[in-house]
Structures are given as structure tokens and as C-alpha cells.
Design a protein around this ligand. Structure first.
Ligand code: PLP
Length: 376
């Protein structure tokens, strides 16, 4: 039975936690970013198991919304995606591992060539009659992947050699797009404009989610949003798009704990009053970061139930964690508690754990009961 309300999704009592993944919201987020992207094609980054939500359902929903081009990190991810999407254009961001050129071609995966070594391998593969297309990554300031501008200029000087590579895209990646005022953005943009003039006729791509919103200049021919699609925040000064993922855990039991006792490993959190402590069936083995726990000195993350916040209490265990429900008398055994989602932004919980939404989402473990709603 499908429901758009996470609180009404049926979950077997054998599961301790669940994810409700709203594929209709994912599709709406893609359309919203597409509408912001002017004439550029809107692709989707689906690496990291589509930021934790599941690559197969994500690709189906995004394809139904109109997305044709996808970016994964690894050839393995590309093969897995290819199985659900015979038609899609798939780029492999982490580049060309040696001897894998024909494997890419066999699966119609396009490696994103990111170094001179990869370029040589790809050129010799093509020179021996190898088929298939590729993208070229040029570094514009991130210093992670990509040919240097000087290397790109040297390559571009031999036009016949460029033509033999079967390139379909030249791309780069922004380091600070979530911070619009950062001076590196403008420098990367200017370098990318120079890269474009080196490779006339080739489609150009620079922008991730945040880059789309930096202005039309940044959009070039194709944009590659990721986090914004999944409902994560993409810019320091803007709200996120629609929530896609809601994570919840079940209350295993509620304990009455007298004032002055401690809860959990290390005895680091002391009750200051007669307390009701709810024990949730989730923990760091499920990807809920241990660093989000609380001590007497430090407030941890909040959770959400019965329309109110309940703070974590003490350290997070492998399979369990405690929250303070003293002020929520309705709380009872079997209730579902929101860890993050529509009521509690993923960004807030990530920050309480000292990390970012990207890491929290991609850490979501395999024990969650996954419910997909709003699918095409
Ligand atoms: C992950 C990634 C993206 C998507 O970035 P978001 O910030 O999630 O929108 C785009 N391009 C490259 C090269 C990436 O690695």
C-alpha cells in the first residue's frame, strides 16, 4: 500500500527503521532545476547510489520526468544503471581505469577523461578501432580531476587528434558554488569560457546544483545537479527544494530514569530531572553518525515526534540510540520517530553531526526498510 504520508506507510515489525523516498518530489525537484537552467540540458548526478536513495528507482523517476543524461562515479555504478536504463547517456566521472575502455564501450558508458594518462589510453584504444564516446575533464581550479588548462590547450592544437577521440562533452567542476560570493567561482567561469573556445562545437558543462543558480553564464550546454534533486541544501543562502527522504526509527521501549543517572556508553549524559527516555531502534550501523550524540557538555541532534522536537540523549550505539521524551507524554512504544525529513531538515541533523547532507544521505545503511512513494 503506497502512501504519501510517511506516518502511514506500512512497515513490518521486523524492521527497526525505515526510509520513505518520495519519487514524485524527486521528479518535481528535477523539473524545478530544469526550469532554472535556461537552454541548457539538465542531467542528473546519480553517483553514490543516487545519494543514498537507490539508483534504480531514482533513474526510473528522473527518466520519466525527462532526464536523459546521468553521471555516476564508477564503471560498476554505470553497469548497474545501464541495466535499468538501456537508453540513457551515462558518464563515468572518476575517469578511465586502465584497460577498461572496451568495457565502457560494451556498456555504452562514456568515461570522463581526467588526466593525460587516461587520454593516452583512450586515444590508443580508439586508434586500434575501438568505438564509444567520452567526455574530457579540464581542471579550472579544483585540483582534483582534469587536464590542466595548458594540457587542454596542447591537445586542442591538434584538431585531427581531438576529432579521433569521439568526444561529446568537455566539463569542469566548481569548488565553491554553494558560496556565491567566493572569488574562485568567477575565476573558474572565466577559465571555462577559454576552454570552450579551445573546443569549438563541443558541448560544455560546468554547473552542479549550486552552479545552476550562479547565473546563466554558468549553465553552458549541460548542467549536472545532484544534491538539490534529493532535497539537500545547495547554497548557503537559499532554502532546499522539496524533501525527498524521510528517515524514521521505531521506539523499542520507554524508560523512566530518575534524576542524576546517566544514559548510554561512557556515562556521558546525566538526567537533570526525572526523565522519560525513549530507546530507538537505529544507530551508527545504519549510517546515523555517532558524532550527533549528546553529552552533558554538548547538545546533540534533535529528532521529531508528535509534532515536537526530542533531543538525543547520550552516545549513539551501533543499533540503538536514546532520546529525551520527558516533555512528550504521548510518546509510546512502537511510535515512529523522524530522524530527518519533512519536519527536521537533513542539513540540520548533518550539522549537528559535524558533517554535510551529502555524507548523511550517502551513509544510509542497508537495514532501513525502504518505501518508495509517488513513483512513475
Ligand atoms: C557530485 C557531482 C555533481 C553534483 O553536485 P551537487 O553539488 O550534488 O549538485 C556534479 N558534477 C560532478 C563532477 C560531481 O562530482
Amino acid at each position: 500500500m503506497e502512501h504519501s504520508d510517511p506516518d502511514r506507510v506500512d512497515t513490518p515489525v521486523t524492521a527497526g527503521n525505515r526510509l520513505t523516498i518520495d519519487l514524485a518530489a524527486l521528479a518535481r525537484n528535477w523539473r524545478a532545476l530544469d526550469a532554472l537552467s535556461g537552454a541548457a540540458e539538465t542531467a542528473a548526478a546519480v553517483k553514490g547510489n543516487a545519494y543514498g536513495i537507490g539508483v534504480e528507482p531514482a533513474v526510473r523517476a528522473l527518466s520519466a520526468a525527462g532526464c536523459r543524461t546521468f553521471f555516476v562515479a564508477l564503471p560498476d555504478e554505470g553497469v548497474r544503471m545501464r541495466a535499468v536504463s538501456p537508453e540513457a547517456t551515462i558518464y563515468v566521472l572518476n575517469g578511465l581505469a586502465s584497460d577498461l575502455a572496451s568495457m565502457h564501450a560494451a556498456n555504452h558508458l562514456r568515461p570522463v577523461i581526467g588526466s593525460i594518462g587516461e587520454l593516452k589510453d583512450w586515444a590508443s584504444y580508439r586508434a586500434q578501432g575501438g568505438t564509444g564516446e567520452a567526455a574530457l575533464h579540464v581542471d579550472t581550479g579544483m585540483n582534483r580531476l582534469g587536464l590542466t588548462f595548458a594540457e587542454a590547450r596542447e591537445l586542442a592544437a591538434d584538431k585531427a587528434a581531438v576529432d579521433r577521440l569521439g568526444l561529446t562533452l568537455v566539463m569542469s567542476h566548481l569548488a565553491c558554488a554553494d558560496t556565491p560570493d567566493h572569488p574562485l567561482n568567477g575565476r573558474q567561469l572565466a577559465t571555462m569560457q577559454d576552454v570552450r573556445s579551445l573546443f569549438p562545437g563541443l558541448a560544455v558543462s560546468l554547473a552542479n546544483t549550486a552552479g545552476i543558480t550562479l547565473g546563466n553564464d554558468y549553465q553552458f550546454d549541460l548542467v549536472r545537479p545532484g544534491i538539490g534533486l534529493y532535497g539537500g541544501p545547495y547554497r548557503v543562502d537559499r532554502p532546499a527544494l522539496e524533501t525527498v527522504v524521510t528517515a524514521q526509527a521505531r521506539i523499542v521501549q520507554i524508560r523512566d530514569v530518575p534524576a542524576g543517572e546517566t544514559v548510554g556508553y561512557g556515562a556521558l549524559a546525566t538526567t537533570r530531572r526525572q526523565s522519560r527516555i525513549a530507546i530507538l531502534s537505529t544507530g551508527y550501523a545504519d549510517g546515523y553518525h555517532r558524532s550527533a550524540g549528546s553529552t552533558d557538555q554538548r547538545r546533540g541532534a534533535d529528532t521529531w515526534l508528535h509534532g515536537r522536537r526530542a533531543p538525543l540523549f547520550g552516545r549513539i550505539s551501533m543499533d540503538l540510540m536514546a532520546i529525551d521524551v520527558t516533555d512528550i507524554p504521548e510518546a509510546e512504544r512502537g511510535d515512529w520517530v523522524e530522524l530527518f525529513g519533512a519536519s527536521l531538515p537533513v542539513a540540520e541533523v548533518a550539522e549537528a553531526a559535524g558533517t554535510i547532507s551529502y555524507e548523511l544521505l550517502t551513509s544510509l545503511g542497508s537495514r532501513y526498510q525502504r518505501h518508495y512513494i509517488g513513483g512513475a
